[in-house]
Design a protein around this ligand. Structure first.
Ligand code: CAA
Length: 293
């Protein structure tokens, strides 16, 4: 059955090579997923060799885990490792049909990435963004071909979470959207078309939920109490464990986007902002304690 809002699948373009901009955790997880499910070469790019090596090493380690669990054969493991490579320059995207970015959540950074990608790829190469909250229409405003920009938003952990939010910007054309749905299907994800609205659907709901828990802690509820208050609801993980999984910087960024769009409805936790500014990996209470001021 065709997902609601998806164009006819006959419009989808074939994808024979994928580019992934960024070699961070989410980008590396995506690279593995594309290689495994599409069985095409995937090139990761990042700003320096160390990050690139880390991304490729992550993919290899995950492939070894799949092999260890008996999910793939030795031959498949070798093939997967060979399919995912790293490159410091985006020239390696020249013959890619689908390039996705998973870089820092900042409009200017993402626009710059796409300008660089557009300079090397073909006119029909799909440009996809894993943005969690930013406007597709604005992101594509400086592209020569904004019709091939589409939102392709994964959730953490990418290998496990079935949902994929597909976002149509003002200019996105049917062939691009159909390709996005076809790729989503090959990845075995459940794709849903969502509006190009601040934080889309999942993060808008999640930010409301997380915001209430964070506010409770900011107002003095002990973290352990707030974090475990809903245990019996059967959530797969506690709110602060989820914040740690997603990354406090991403969480903060989404809440800032929502606050800018709907100041009456969404606040920004100053403790979260301090936590992110401090650049520490943990979340408050666990590895991180906020200095009372
Ligand atoms: N990478 C790859 N695989 C992972 C993984 C990871 N980081 N974490 C867990 N897994 C796999 C495990 O290997 C295991 O696979 P197998 O069954 O094949 O062995 C499977 O997931 C289950 O893992 P566990 O048994 O260790 O643990 P669990 O049952 O507690 O599940 C979880 C872990 C799937 C993360 C679960 O806790 C969960 O669903 N948490 C909620 C996650 C969630 O809400 N994500 C959305 C975040 S919002 C977001 O991402 C927004 C954004 O824009 C940034």
């Amino acid at each position: 059955k065709r997902p609601a809002g998806a164009p006819d699948k006959s419009l989808a373009r074939k994808v024979t090579k994928v580019g992934v901009v960024g070699a961070g955790l989410m980008a590396s997880q995506m690279a593995l997923l594309f290689a495994r499910r599409l069985e095409v070469p995937v090139v990761l790019t990042d700003l320096d060799q160390a990050r690139l090596d880390k991304g490729v090493a992550y993919v290899h380690a995950e492939v070894d885990k799949l092999l260890g669990k008996g999910r793939i054969s030795g031959d498949q493991a070798n093939r997967l490792k060979a399919l995912v490579t790293g490159s410091l320059t985006k020239d390696a995207f020249a013959d890619a049909d689908f390039v996705i970015e998973a870089v820092f959540e900042d409009m200017k950074v993402k626009q710059k990435v796409f300008a660089e990608v557009e300079a090397v790829v073909s006119e029909t190469c799909v440009l996809a963004t894993n943005t969690s909250s930013l406007s597709l229409t604005e992101m594509g405003s400086e592209l020569r071909h904004p019709e091939r920009l589409v939102g392709f938003h994964f959730f953490n952990p990418v290998a496990v979470m079935p949902l994929l939010e597909i976002i149509r910007g003002h200019a996105t054309d049917d062939a691009t959207l159909a390709t996005a749905f076809a790729v989503g299907k090959s990845l075995k994800k459940s794709s849903v078309l969502v509006k190009d609205a601040p934080a889309f659907v999942v993060n808008r709901l999640l930010t409301r939920f997380m915001g209430e828990v964070i506010t409770a802690v900011d107002e003095g509820t002990p973290l352990e109490v707030a974090d475990h208050a809903l245990d019996d609801l059967g959530l797969p993980m506690t709110p602060f464990a989820l914040l740690q999984l997603v990354g406090p910087a991403v969480g903060l960024h989404v809440s800032e986007t929502l606050h800018a769009a709907f100041p009456e409805r969404f606040g920004v936790s100053q403790n979260m902002a301090k936590l992110v500014a401090a650049g520490k990996p943990g979340v408050y209470g666990a590895d991180f304690s906020l200095d009372p001021e």
